[in-house]
Design a protein around this ligand. Structure first.
Ligand SMILES: [Zn+2]
Length: 76
């Protein structure tokens, strides 16, 4: 009986270790996803209304526009 109890405890311990590892991995994955979505954040162009990636935007007069073309229009 003692041996069976030992194996049951060992099994429970391994199960708990796996569960803990899953919990540790999850926040890191969601943080990575958040970083990715921040980098690809879509914002509307104030000049033409097209949605573009914030990383590709052009700054003009404290506004972010989608392209050099819209930057020229905004500065006029
Ligand atoms: Zn535009």
């Amino acid at each position: 009986m003692g041996r069976i109890l030992f194996w049951m405890l060992l099994g429970a311990l391994i199960f708990m270790l796996i569960q803990n590892r899953k919990k540790l991995l999850k926040p890191r994955q969601t943080r990575q996803k958040l970083r990715q979505s921040e980098a690809k954040k879509m914002v509307p162009c104030p000049v033409c209304g097209v949605h573009f990636a914030e990383a590709d935007g052009v700054w003009v007069k404290n506004k972010m526009v989608c392209s050099q073309e819209c930057a020229q229009k905004a500065s006029q």
